[in-house]
Design a protein around this ligand. Structure first.
Ligand SMILES: Cc1cc2nc3c(=O)[nH]c(=O)nc-3n(C[C@H](O)[C@H](O)[C@H](O)COP(=O)(O)OP(=O)(O)OC[C@H]3O[C@@H](n4cnc5c(N)ncnc54)[C@H](O)[C@@H]3O)c2cc1C
Length: 324
C-alpha cells in the first residue's frame, strides 16, 4: 500500500508530488491519458508564473514540473482514475486499465474545465488568439480589438478587465439581456471601450496562424456576418472535475470540492484536494501550485499522526496489562 496517491498532472498535482517526494513519501501520480500536464498544455506563453522573467511555454513549464517531481522519486502513471473509494483507512483508486492501487491518503487535483464553444477554429487557435483567461492573456492584446463571448458575471468581469489593454472589446451574447449581476452590467455598460453585440452566436473562429475574426450567426433570423478581431475570450463558464467524488465528498455551491478553511482537508479524513478543483475564484497556475504544496504538507501531517497513533496504541495496551 502507498502512503500517497495524487490524481492529476497539472501544476497542483506536480507541486504536491514534489513536496511529497521530498518528504520521502514515494508518491504515485496518476497523470491521465488525455491531458497530461493539465490546462497549461493548451497555451503558448506563460508570462506570470514566478521565476521565469522571460516567460515560458505552457508545455515546457509542465515538463519542468514533471522532471522535478520525478527527480525526487515520484512515480508517474499515464492512466485515468475511473473509480475512487474514499471510505475507511485504506483508500483505493481504480484505473482505466483495470489496475487498482491503495493508499492511506489521496490528493485530488483534477482541475476544472473551461466550457468550450465546440466550433471550428476554437481548438486550433487556442493560445493563438483564443483564450479562456483574461488575467493570463489580456496583456498580449495591447491596443488590439478583441471579443468576449458570454453574458454572465465572469464575461462582464473579463470584458471590463480587458479594456485595460485592448483598444476595443466586443461582448457577444446570444440573447438581448444579460445574466450578469446588475452592478457588473452597469460597469460594463458605462465603459466606452465595450460594445455589445446582442442576439448573436459565434459559429467559427477565423484565421490561419492567429485569430483574424469570427463568423457570427444571428439568433433572431439566422443571418451570418463576419467580425474582424485579434482575439477571442470565451467566458461561458467552468466545470470543476468532480465527477469521481459526487456523493462522496462535500461540494460547495460553486461546484468545487469543499475544503476546511485554508487547508486542503476535504470532508473525508485522508482525502485532500488542491488546485482549480477547489478554487472558484483565482484559478491560476501559481495558485494551483501553492495549493498542491498545502495538500502535500497536510497529507504528510496526517500520515505522521497515523504513525504516532499506531506507536501509542501498543504502549497503551502494555500499560493496561501492567495495571491489571
Ligand atoms: C488556455 C489556457 C491558458 C492559461 N494560461 C495561464 C497563464 O498564462 N497563467 C496562469 O497562471 N494560468 C493560466 N491558465 C490557468 C491554469 O492553466 C490553471 O489555473 C491551472 O492549470 C490549474 O491547475 P490544476 O493542477 O488545478 O489543474 P489542471 O491544470 O486542469 O490539471 C488537472 C489534471 O488532472 C487530470 N485529470 C482529471 N481527471 C482525471 C482522472 N480521472 N484521472 C487522472 N487524471 C485526471 C487532467 O487530465 C489534468 O492533467 C490557463 C488556462 C487555460 C485553459
Amino acid at each position: 500500500m502507498r502512503q500517497v496517491i495524487i490524481i492529476g498532472s497539472g501544476p497542483a498535482g506536480f507541486s504536491a508530488a514534489i513536496y511529497a517526494a521530498r518528504a520521502n513519501l514515494k508518491p504515485l501520480l496518476i497523470a491521465s491519458t488525455v491531458e497530461v500536464g493539465g490546462e497549461l498544455m493548451n497555451t503558448t506563453d506563460v508570462e506570470n508564473f514566478p521565476g521565469f522573467p522571460e516567460g515560458i511555454l505552457g508545455p515546457d513549464l509542465m515538463a519542468k514540473l514533471q522532471e522535478q517531481a520525478e527527480k525526487f522519486g515520484t512515480e508517474v502513471l499515464y492512466d485515468d482514475v475511473t473509480e475512487l473509494h474514499v471510505d475507511g483507512p485504506v483508500k483505493k483508486v481504480v484505473l482505466g486499465s483495470g489496475a487498482e492501487h491503495e493508499a492511506s491518503t489521496i490528493i485530488y487535483a483534477t482541475g476544472s474545465a473551461y466550457r468550450k464553444l465546440h466550433i471550428e477554429g476554437e481548438e486550433r487557435l487556442s493560445g493563438y488568439g483564443v483564450s479562456w483567461c483574461a488575467t493570463c492573456d489580456g496583456f498580449f492584446f495591447r491596443e488590439k480589438t478583441i471579443a468576449v463571448v458570454g453574458g454572465g458575471d465572469s464575461a462582464m468581469e473579463e470584458a471590463t478587465f480587458l479594456t485595460r489593454f485592448a483598444s476595443k472589446v466586443y461582448v457577444i451574447h446570444r440573447k438581448d439581456t444579460l445574466r450578469a449581476s446588475k452592478i457588473m452590467q452597469e460597469r460594463a455598460f458605462a465603459n466606452d471601450k465595450i460594445e455589445f453585440i446582442w442576439n448573436s452566436e459565434v459559429v467559427e473562429v477565423l484565421g490561419g496562424e492567429s485569430v483574424k475574426g469570427v463568423q457570427l450567426r444571428s439568433t433572431v433570423d439566422g443571418s451570418l456576418r463576419e467580425l474582424e478581431i485579434d482575439g477571442l475570450f470565451i467566458a461561458i463558464g467552468n466545470d470543476p472535475r468532480t465527477h469521481l467524488v459526487h456523493e462522496k465528498l462535500q461540494l460547495t455551491d460553486a461546484g468545487t470540492i469543499w475544503v476546511d478553511g485554508r487547508s486542503s482537508r476535504t470532508s473525508v479524513p485522508g482525502i485532500f484536494a488542491a488546485g482549480d478543483v477547489i478554487d472558484p475564484t483565482y484559478r491560476q497556475a501559481a495558485t494551483a501550485a501553492g495549493s498542491g504544496v498545502v495538500a502535500a504538507l497536510d497529507a504528510e501531517h496526517f500520515l505522521a499522526d497515523l504513525e504516532d497513533a499506531s506507536v501509542e496504541e501498543p504502549a497503551a495496551v502494555a500499560a493496561e496489562v501492567i495495571v491489571s
